[in-house]
Design a protein around this ligand. Structure first.
Ligand SMILES: Cc1cc2nc3c(=O)[nH]c(=O)nc-3n(C[C@H](O)[C@H](O)[C@H](O)COP(=O)(O)OP(=O)(O)OC[C@H]3O[C@@H](n4cnc5c(N)ncnc54)[C@H](O)[C@@H]3O)c2cc1C
Length: 483
C-alpha cells in the first residue's frame, strides 16, 4: 500500500506545511494528530495552552474536511500509536515537521527505526523557525549568546524559502479509526474558566492569516512606536499563539511583511522593527536548542548561588494582580482574563517579581506557562532569564525597572490600568500610577480605601531595589563568581 502518514504537532496548518506538501506529491495522505500524554516532561501543557490546542485541532479538522481530507486524532504513546497505524493502514512512510521544542517532540530516532522495520521511511522537514539553530554559529562554530551578531549572521544566511500553498490531498481508500476531540479532555471539566478566552481569541489557521493580513495592512506602519503602548488593541500583532501552535509559519509571516515593506515605503520602519522581533523568537529557539537546560538553570552559572527569597504570600499577590502597583496588577489581570499580556508589561511584572520581590524567575516562568495562550518553552525561558539578568543577552542585573516610571511613560493617562483594574477607574491621572501618594480626599472621591478596596504596595521599590543590588554585589564578589 503506498501512501504517507503525515504528523501534525506544532504545525497545525495547511499552508506552508512541508511534510504535508511533500507527502501529497507521493499519493494518498493520512493526516494524524497524536496527543501523547505518556511523555515525561518538566513542562506538561498548561491550562491556557490546552484550551488553545482544543480550538486549534477543531479548526484544523474542519479545514481538512473542507478539502476532502480528514484529521485522525489519537491518544497515547506516539510510538505505539504509529506502529498500530502502520499495521492498520499499510502506510509505511511517516513525514513530520522537526520540532525544536522538547515539550512537543515526537521521539524522532524511534520513528526512523519504526518505519525502517516496516520497509518504509520517516522524514523530517523544516518549518518551526526561519533558520534551523544548528545552521547559525559563530566563526568558532559555537552558538551565539548575544542577539545582534546572531541576527546579523541569520540575515547573511541563505534566502528564506518561499511559503508553500495548500496541496491537493488524495484520500486513502479507507480511513483508520479516529477518536472524538472531546476525548482528549483538553478543556476544563470542573470549573470552566475559559469563557473569557472564548471572547478574546479564535484559534486556527484562517484566523491566524486574517490577523496577519489585518496587522500588515492597517497597523505595521506604526509598529515601531505603538508596540510599547499596552492600551492599544492593535499596537502589536498578537500572532504569538498562532505562531507557537504553527497555525501560521514564521516563513509566511516573514515574506508577507517583507513584501509589504517593498511595496509601501510607509511600512518600512515599522516593518523592519517587526522583522527584528521575529529575530528574537529565532534567538530564543537558538538558545534552547544549544543550551537545553535553559528552561530550568541560569545560563550564567553564577546565578545558581543567587539568594532567591521564598515568599508564597507575595507570589500569590503577584499572580492575582494584588501587588498595589497598578501597572503590575493590570498586567497580571490581563494575563488571567485574556491568556496574553503585552510585552512591555511582561517585562515590568517579571522585573518586579525577580528583582523587587527576589522570587526565583522559575516561579514566574511556571505561572506564565500555565496561563499564557502563547506559552512557548523557548521564548518564555529565554525572556525570563533575560529579565532576571542571568540569561544570554546583556540585560545587566542592576537595570531594575521602576514600575511607577514605566507606568507613567507607557500608560500616561492610565487607560490600560483602568481597563484591568476597574477599582481605580475614578482615580485622577496624576495619582493612578501610585495611588498611595494621593491624599485622603482624593482617595475618597475616587472611592478607594487603601488596604481595603485596593492594596497598599507589597514592597517598597526603592528599598527592595537596594536590597537586590546588595545581593547582586555579594554574589559578584563571592567565590562563586571567581570559580
Ligand atoms: C517574561 C517574558 C515571558 C515571555 N514569554 C513568552 C512566551 O511564552 N511565548 C511567546 O511567544 N513570547 C513570550 N515572550 C515574548 C513577547 O512578550 C511575546 O512574544 C509578545 O508579547 C507576543 O505578542 P505579539 O504577538 O503581539 O508580538 P509582536 O510584537 O507582534 O511580535 C511578533 C512576533 O515576534 C515574536 N516576538 C516578539 N517579541 C519577542 C520576544 N521578546 N522574544 C521572543 N519572541 C518575540 C513573537 O513570536 C511575536 O508573535 C515573553 C516575554 C517576556 C518579557
Amino acid at each position: 500500500m503506498t501512501g504517507t502518514i503525515v504528523l501534525f504537532n506544532l504545525n497545525l496548518r495547511l499552508h506552508d506545511n512541508v511534510p504535508l506538501h511533500t507527502a501529497a506529491a507521493n499519493g494518498p495522505v493520512i493526516p494524524v494528530y497524536i496527543y501523547d500524554n505518556t511523555i515525561k516532561t518538566r513542562w506538561p501543557l498548561g491550562g491556557a495552552s490546552k484550551w488553545w490546542l482544543h480550538q486549534s485541532l477543531n479548526a484544523l479538522a474542519n479545514d481538512l474536511n473542507a478539502i476532502g481530507s480528514k484529521l485522525i486524532i489519537r491518544e497515547g504513546n506516539s510510538y505505539l500509536v504509529l506502529k498500530e497505524l502502520i499495521q492498520q493502514t499499510g502506510y509505511k512512510d511517516i513525514y513530520f515537521e522537526h520540532s525544536i521544542l522538547p515539550e512537543a517532540s515526537i521521539p524522532e530516532d524511534r520513528l526512523y527505526k519504526l518505519c525502517k522495520r516496516f520497509g518504509g521511511e520517516a522524514r523530517r522537514f523544516r518549518g518551526q523557525t526561519l533558520f534551523h539553530p544548528s545552521q547559525i554559529h559563530t566563526k568558532d562554530q559555537t552558538p551565539y549568546k548575544v542577539f545582534t551578531p546572531f541576527w546579523n549572521s541569520c540575515l547573511k544566511h541563505e534566502a528564506i524559502p518561499t511559503p508553500l500553498p495548500i496541496p491537493h490531498l488524495q484520500a486513502p481508500e479507507n480511513w483508520p479509526d479516529n477518536i472524538p476531540l472531546e476525548d482528549l479532555k483538553l478543556l476544563p471539566t470542573d470549573f470552566d474558566w475559559t469563557n473569557s478566552l472564548d471572547k478574546c481569541w479564535q484559534a486556527g489557521e484562517t484566523q491566524a492569516r486574517k490577523a496577519l493580513d489585518q496587522f500588515v495592512s492597517e497597523n505595521i506602519d506604526q509598529y515601531d512606536n505603538d508596540r510599547d503602548i499596552p492600551s492599544l488593541k492593535h499596537g502589536t500583532s498578537k500572532l504569538s499563539p498562532h505562531l507557537h501552535f504553527g497555525e501560521i509559519s514564521p516563513i509566511t509571516v516573514w515574506h508577507q511583511v517583507k513584501n509589504a515593506i517593498d511595496l509601501s515605503p510607509s511600512k518600512d520602519r515599522g516593518g523592519k522593527v517587526f522583522l527584528k522581533e521575529l529575530g528574537w523568537r529565532e534567538f530564543s529557539y537558538h538558545l534552547l536548542y544549544h543550551f537545553n537546560d535553559l528552561d530550568q538553570a541560569p545560563l550564567n552559572k553564577t546565578f545558581q548561588h543567587f539568594p532567591w527569597v521564598k515568599d508564597t504570600g507575595s507570589l500569590t499577590a503577584w499572580q492575582k494582580g494584588q501587588t498595589g502597583y497598578p501597572i503590575i496588577d493590570a498586567g497580571m489581570r490581563e494575563l488571567w482574563q485574556t491568556g496574553w499580556m503585552h510585552n512591555r508589561v511582561r517585562m515590568i511584572v517579571a522585573s518586579f517579581l525577580v528583582k523587587n520581590l527576589r522570587i526565583h524567575w522559575l516561579e514566574g516562568a511556571k505561572w506564565f506557562w500555565d496561563t499564557l495562550v502563547d506559552a512557548d518553552l523557548a521564548s518564555n525561558s529565554a525572556s525570563w532569564q533575560w529579565v532576571a539578568g542571568c540569561g544570554a543577552e546583556v540585560a545587566p542585573y542592576f537595570r531594575i525597572f521602576n514600575p511607577t516610571l514605566q507606568s507613567k511613560k507607557f500608560d500616561p493617562d492610565g487607560e490600560y490600568i483602568r481597563r484591568y483594574v476597574p477599582e481605580l477607574k475614578k482615580m485622577p491621572d496624576k495619582h493612578i500610577h501610585e495611588p498611595w501618594t494621593a491624599n485622603q480626599d482624593i482617595l475618597e472621591s475616587a472611592g478607594i480605601k487603601l488596604g481595603k478596596t485596593y492594596p497598599r504596595p507589597i514592597a517598597d521599590h526603592k528599598a527592595t531595589r537596594e536590597e537586590a543590588l546588595i545581593a547582586y554585589q555579594q554574589l559578584k564578589s563571592s567565590k562563586a563568581l571567581v570559580s
